[in-house]
Ligand binder design. Structure first.
Ligand code: NAP
Ligand code: GDD
Length: 352
């Protein structure tokens, strides 16, 4: 059941510079929230996905505020909570790349695992000291199901993570439930299945494919190297999924929810449809490179979003074909801009 807001709503979002953070910021601003984001210091700007909000001619830019902090640094989290005084905290920050988590397992565990505990503990102390009833959202993941015990996966499916990232997310998931049960915190976990968009990081498989489609279409490259084409994922649109995060925090009671489309497709099918969108045959452009395989793979993810539908009234709006069309069209446009730059003598390139 939706509970009516009783006070001015202030959200703190970790991971605001990421794919989901940018859509969530837009969504919360459209609902009238003041939105505060945690950003890490880096040698170059990482705010490309939220820059357009600052340029907003209306008041949204004025209601978006950024604060330096890091999930590795508990003191920074405590300071930001005291400054911002949030009513809702969304923990989206993480080293979120599964393949990279095998190369950086300790760092991944520190940020995607212990980082959650640092934030939960900071929220617990802030809540007790200030008397403010903060609501907390944890970005849990379908990667926790790993070597799946059943198909489809629901809130009651046992976890069997297959990567350092998945293990870290299981830790964070249970830490969040533990804070709910121990301290009565309004803390909810969204077990989100893969969700993509034109803002998806370029090394995740969907965006890697659609970037390649755009660049191949415009003659900027000829091939893309991929790993396991047989893996199956339940892919949705990130813009739809951030609404489910918000809905979880509007409920009277905290709980955990699977957020998914209920349909699964292989990487091969994604590639085939993405190339077909611009009239190209994927088999002429996709090559295999074992570098992109993982030491242990998650073969099949398929979510059962019945609980989210029933209790939150949440439904995905964008289907698989719609998602591919949206991503390919955006990347064809991006490649056209790159080509213009290249023709004008600028150096352009895409990392694999
Ligand atoms: P993303 O694009 O990789 O964004 C990750 C965000 O975390 C970025 O803003 C990044 O900042 C920030 N971050 C990284 N290390 C940090 C640190 N030490 N301290 C503070 N912030 C840090 O990921 P996403 O796709 O938006 O996903 C959002 C969250 O949902 C993640 O926790 C992810 O694991 C989880 N999730 C994602 C999916 C999915 O399919 N997208 C599915 C289930 C769960 P920089 O910009 O500075 O790197
Ligand atoms: N990244 C990548 N690059 N993946 C490839 C490639 C490639 O060249 N070739 C094949 N794949 C396969 C992977 O082996 C995997 O089975 C599948 O494509 C999807 O890979 P990713 O797009 O990297 O996503 P993921 O499923 O591993 O993880 C994403 O979804 C999780 C939710 O289940 C990330 O967003 C995680 O943060 C998220 O928790």
């Amino acid at each position: 059941m939706l509970s009516a807001p009783t006070q001015h709503r202030i959200a703190l979002v970790t991971g605001i510079t990421g794919q989901d953070g940018s859509y969530l910021a837009e969504f919360l601003l459209s609902k009238g929230y003041d939105v505060h984001g945690l950003v890490r210091r880096s040698s170059s700007f990482a705010t490309g996905r939220i820059e357009h909000i600052y340029r907003d001619p209306h008041d949204a830019g004025a209601r978006l505020h950024l604060h330096y902090g890091d999930l590795a640094d508990g003191n920074s989290l405590e300071r930001v909570l005291r400054e911002v005084k949030p009513t809702e905290v969304y923990n989206l920050g993480a080293q979120s790349h599964v393949r990279v988590s095998f190369d950086m397992p300790v760092f991944t565990a520190d940020i995607a695992g212990v980082g959650t505990l640092r934030l939960l503990e900071a929220v617990r102390v802030y809540r007790e000291e200030s008397g403010t009833p903060v609501r907390y959202y944890q970005a849990s993941s379908s990667e926790m199901f790993g070597k799946v015990a059943e198909v489809p996966q629901s809130e009651s499916t046992p976890f069997h993570p297959r990567s350092p990232y998945g293990v870290a997310k299981v830790f964070s998931h249970w830490a969040t439930i533990n804070y709910r049960e121990s301290y009565g915190m309004h803390a909810s976990c969204g077990i989100l299945f893969n969700h993509e968009s034109p803002r998806r990081g370029e090394t995740f498989v969907t965006r890697k494919i659609t970037r390649a489609v755009g660049r191949i279409k415009h003659g900027l490259q000829n091939q893309v190297f991929l790993g396991n084409l047989d893996a199956q994922r339940d892919w949705g649109f990130a813009g739809d999924y951030v609404e489910a995060m918000w809905l979880m925090l509007q409920q009277d009671e905290p709980d955990d929810y699977v957020v998914a489309t209920g349909k699964t497709f292989s990487v091969r099918e994604f590639a085939e449809k993405a190339f077909a969108r611009v009239g190209l045959d994927w088999q002429k452009h996709v090559a295999y490179d074992p570098r992109y395989n993982r030491p242990a793979e998650v073969d099949l993810l398929l979510g059962d979003p019945a609980k989210a539908r029933r209790k939150l009234g949440w439904e995905p709006r964008v289907d698989f074909d719609g998602l591919i069309a949206m991503m390919v069209d955006a990347d064809v446009e991006m490649a056209a801009r790159e080509k213009t730059l290249r023709d004008a003598g600028f150096q352009v390139g895409a990392m694999e």
